[in-house]
Ligand binder design. Structure first.
Ligand code: BTN
Length: 321
């Protein structure tokens, strides 16, 4: 009923009286008033005047189900199941629970704030309230587990397309899955999987996109390496619209990957890479490799040729340029 009331007041430029809503939906004036208050609590600005009724003044830029699903142009993503959480430890952890309960591919989880956001290699991901897009998706791809690393690259290509389409921003991908603007990190992707030897149960893709932070919002230790869309573009960015475009672009790229395979996506990844063709230092837990980043293989591994012309195939590590 709350959503019906929201729809009726948002479809009218004028005041809608309590009587009109009550007649249309057969609810009492008190019930309407309670739903209106709940909407105000969620962040909708609604004016109410005795004898005139209610008028929607402004929608909130909060990633509420109703906001994100209105005019969302996907076939499955977000529409299967959508979970909005005010606060959670990590949307990836929440998604794992839902996936193990059997929730389908295309399920989307978003949180306004994460108290224990996770990054790659057991790092923390700072996820301040309302400043970014902290989201996870459940996938159930019919591929062998040893190809799962491709999914991260597929998602990175989707993110590049979404940033270009929504904001005209030309971002770059730093292997394996950092999205950079002006050489600073604006987005990270964390892919986790549950699988048996020959079958994937589910893949969770978590995306953290810095949207409306100022430089001071980042902790000192990442101020020199992190950025946000607001810092890059000099204006506040609407998170709802950004998430809609992300879901649309990622669904398209993912479907293309499932239908046509990895090679087309890999080409796009390479075209948008800022790692390939560079002299790099790759830090791994037990060694450091220096050399030229010459390629990415079909498993998503970085291929580095060192000074002795020895070829290294790197599965996981941190690239320093
Ligand atoms: C990285 O670059 O290290 C990956 C960062 C991934 C952060 C996102 S935020 C939403 C999702 N939930 C998490 O706990 N992590 C991912």
């Amino acid at each position: 009923m709350k959503n019906k009331i929201l729809n009726i007041i948002s479809s009218s430029a004028e005041y809608i009286s309590g009587e009109e809503i009550s007649n249309k939906y057969g609810v009492s004036r008190t019930a309407i008033w309670k739903h209106i208050n709940a909407l105000k609590q969620e962040g909708y600005q609604i004016e109410s005047f005795p004898r005139k009724g209610y008028k929607l003044i402004q929608r909130p830029d909060i990633l509420l189900e109703n906001e994100v699903l209105t005019n969302l142009n996907t076939s499955k993503w977000g529409k299967e199941k959508f979970y909005f959480l005010n606060e959670v430890d990590s949307t990836n952890n929440y998604a794992k629970k839902l996936a193990s309960e059997g929730k389908p591919e295309g399920t989307v989880i978003v949180a306004e704030e994460q108290s224990a956001g996770k990054g790659r290699l057991s790092r923390k991901w700072i996820s301040a309230k309302g400043k970014g897009i902290w989201t996870s998706f459940i996938l159930r791809p019919n591929i062998l587990p040893n190809f799962a690393a491709q999914i991260t690259l597929v998602m990175a290509v989707g993110m590049i397309k979404a940033l270009e389409k929504n904001l005209g921003v030309s971002a770059k991908i730093k292997w394996p899955n950092d999205i950079l603007i002006n050489d600073l990190k604006v987005c990270g992707i964390l892919t986790e999987m549950s699988a048996e030897i020959d079958r994937i149960n589910y893949v969770i893709v978590g995306i953290g996109l810095n949207v409306n932070q100022s430089n001071d919002d980042f902790p000192d230790e990442i101020q020199d390496s992190a950025t946000s869309l607001k810092i890059c573009l000099g204006k506040e960015i609407k998170r709802v619209q950004m998430l809609q475009v992300i879901l649309e672009e990622i669904e398209k790229v993912y479907n293309l990957y499932l239908e046509k395979g990895f090679s087309e996506i890999l080409d796009e990844w390479k075209n948008n890479s800022c790692t390939l063709g560079q002299e790099v230092i790759v830090k791994m837990p037990k060694e450091i490799i220096e050399g030229m980043a010459i390629d990415i293989d079909s498993g998503g591994c970085l291929i580095v040729k060192d000074k002795e012309n020895i070829i290294h195939k790197i599965i996981a590590g941190d690239v320093l340029v």
